[in-house]
Design a protein around this ligand. Structure first.
Ligand code: FMN
Length: 204
């Protein structure tokens, strides 16, 4: 016997609880953006993934606040179309969560969380130095579906901490890279330390 929950008939809070709890572990994008005054914003988003490589692209889904106004990340992406997406390991997990604290626009989560900034190359948004991976991105498309907002970004330049990937083959070394994943809200996370391999089946 299985439980049935009609997500189509009951969108919103309970559907979120169930779906975001089931579709796990999700990668976490820690996204930096800047506003018109140059204030740097950082916030984590786990409705996120890489969606293709020709062109290299990713999708993230920053929602609105409870009062219906866009989160700072969404507002900044709509205004100037640039961001840096960072991947987080356990060493920066607590700093990443600190960036989810709701603060008024113009107040930066970044320094409060303890991150240091360095300039990016292709976008005017800075990189968080402490993260093992930073992806410079430009917005390709922003779409609304009901209350969801999908932001499609083109990935322009990847910064990868030395040792994490081979500089010739670009194969990732998981002895050097253990990103965390999101389990259920509000505080569930997974490590990526327990791994196994499966060989692809040969063609029939
Ligand atoms: C691990 C994690 C994942 C999150 N994922 C999302 C998400 O996918 N979409 C979203 O709207 N908010 C998400 N949040 C909440 C936002 O990070 C939070 O609302 C933040 O304050 C938004 O900041 P901003 O207004 O500076 O953009 C997540 C929070 C955490 C801690």
């Amino acid at each position: 016997m299985s439980l049935r929950f009609d997500v189509a008939a009951h969108p919103g809070g309970l559907a979120y609880k169930l779906l975001a709890g089931l579709v796990v572990p999700r990668p976490i994008a820690l996204v930096t953006t800047v506003d018109a005054a140059g204030n740097v914003n950082a916030a984590p988003f786990s409705f996120f993934n890489v969606m293709g490589t020709e062109p290299p692209m990713a999708v993230l889904a920053p929602g609105d606040r409870d009062d219906g106004t866009p989160k700072d990340t969404a507002a900044n992406l709509a205004a100037n179309g640039e961001c840096v997406i960072h991947l987080c390991d356990e060493a920066v997990a607590a700093m990443m969560v600190e960036c989810a604290r709701p603060l008024p626009p113009g107040v930066s989560e970044v320094t409060r969380a303890g991150f240091t900034l360095r300039p990016a190359e292709r976008v005017r948004v800075p990189i968080l130095t402490e993260c093992p991976v930073a992806l410079e991105c430009r917005v390709m498309d922003i779409r609304r579906y009901g209350e969801n907002r999908l932001v499609v970004v083109e990935l322009l330049l990847a910064h990868v901490r030395e040792g994490v990937a081979d500089p010739v083959t670009w194969k990732v070394d998981y002895a050097q890279y253990a990103p965390i994943g999101r389990l259920n809200s509000p505080d569930g996370y997974a490590r990526t330390l327990d791994r196994f391999t499966l060989r692809l089946p040969a063609a029939d």
